[in-house]
Write a protein that binds this ligand. Structure first.
Ligand SMILES: [Zn+2]
Length: 87
């Protein structure tokens, strides 16, 4: 029984020692949680793209094609080139 008490005491002392060590480490690094790292510098890259055309689904096959590539069928439906060729 005495052995168990000694073991518990030793474990407690080790725990205290570790806490002490960690506290010292924390103090060495300035204490408290680390400050958040500085945000990376913002690089604003302006990409010149041609005006993005709206993609419109073909009325027949559903393939999305740029609006300028759509063909107006007599019935008023807008179809893609492939569907327009088929008639
Ligand atoms: Zn189509």
């Amino acid at each position: 029984m005495l052995r168990l008490l000694v073991l518990v005491l030793l474990a407690y002392l080790v725990y205290l020692g570790l806490e002490n060590l960690l506290g010292k480490l924390r103090n060495a690094t300035g204490g408290g949680p680390l400050p958040p790292p500085a945000p990376p510098p913002r690089v604003t890259a302006t990409v010149h793209r041609e005006a993005v055309e709206e993609l419109v689904p073909c009325a027949r096959c559903g393939v999305r094609v740029p609006r300028s590539r759509l063909l107006a069928r007599p019935g008023g439906e807008m179809v893609c080139g492939a569907c327009g060729d088929r008639g």
